[in-house]
Design a protein around this ligand. Structure first.
Ligand code: NAP
Length: 257
């Protein structure tokens, strides 16, 4: 007789509820599909109704469990409401992926206060609100995974991205501190730091700069959203149960940090 327990995939997520912010496109969409494909019930967010409907639609078309929801990360009361809604409908999220993010690039000398504040608020402060809202349920479930999407530039820096790099570096420090607070409760907190990934965010890079970037990547290509999603799956799964406070770099060798 086959020993089902012995043959269980270490990456299986049956019975888990996963919240992924910014799941309408790019990396978040791929994370949503990857976690749902392993059995998790996924809740993916977008700031618009159209975006949330598109998340529900792609999950339905692929026969996966989950739905899209509307969430503006800068509206903190909305975050409280969303958690109440998920807890009532799907149960406590045991996997939370803080993925949503924006860029407002420009040299610091010309950077407007709004460009600084929007990036810090959307990319960093939102992680404070979402993580805080997640912890109570994870404590009740006696397990949890928080995965924060940082960036290679949070460690290396990048001209024109003081706001973005500061937020992404802040995420790494936040992750290390929170991982120490929660480790004894079987909740791990880790970061994934992508390099250059083919999404709307990198679409605006000109062809000549893109070629220059690729020539500096040892694997000689931009990453795909799936390259990041598989790292998130690993950190969400039992296979990574002894990893916390860590940053997994997914950058094709661009920076070996
Ligand atoms: P993307 O294609 O631009 O998608 C961004 C997602 O974030 C969208 O789903 C968007 O929702 C959501 N979002 C934006 N502002 C929001 C807000 N105020 N509240 C709630 N949701 C909001 O981005 P991506 O390239 O996939 O990047 C995903 C994450 O990876 C980001 O944290 C980014 O910084 C990080 N990253 C990306 C790269 C890269 O090369 N692409 C490299 C390193 C790190 P809507 O549907 O409403 O637009």
């Amino acid at each position: 007789m086959i020993d089902k327990q012995k043959n269980k995939s270490p990456y299986g997520l049956d019975g888990e509820v996963a919240l992924i912010t910014g799941a309408s496109r790019g990396i978040g969409r791929s994370i949503c599909i990857t976690l749902a494909s392993q059995g998790a019930v996924v809740i993916g967010s977008s700031t618009s109704k159209k975006g949330s409907e598109s998340i529900s639609n792609y999950l339905k078309e692929l026969g996966l469990k989950g739905r899209g929801v509307e969430l503006e990360l800068n509206d903190h009361e909305n975050i409280e409401r969303l958690f109440k809604d998920i807890i009532n409908n799907e149960g406590y999220p045991t996997i939370v992926v803080n993925n949503a993010g924006i860029t407002r690039d420009g040299l610091l000398m010309r950077m407007k206060p709004d460009e600084w504040n929007d990036v810090i608020s959307t990319n960093l402060t939102s992680i404070y609100w979402i993580s805080k809202a997640s912890i109570r349920g994870m404590l009740k479930e006696k397990k949890g995974r928080i995965i924060n999407i940082s960036s290679v530039v949070g460690v290396t820096g990048n001209p024109g991205q003081t706001n973005y790099s500061a937020a992404k570096a802040g995420i790494i420090g936040f992750t290390k501190s929170l991982s120490r607070e929660l480790a004894s409760r079987n909740i791990t907190v880790n970061c994934v730091a992508p390099g250059y990934i083919k999404t709307d965010m990198t679409e605006m890079i000109s062809e000549s700069i893109r070629e220059d970037i690729i020539s500096n990547i040892p694997l000689l290509r931009l990453g795909n959203p799936e390259d990041v999603a598989s790292a998130v799956l690993f950190l969400s799964s039992d296979a990574a149960s002894y990893i916390t406070g860590e940053t997994l770099n997914i950058n094709g060798g661009l920076a070996m940090i």
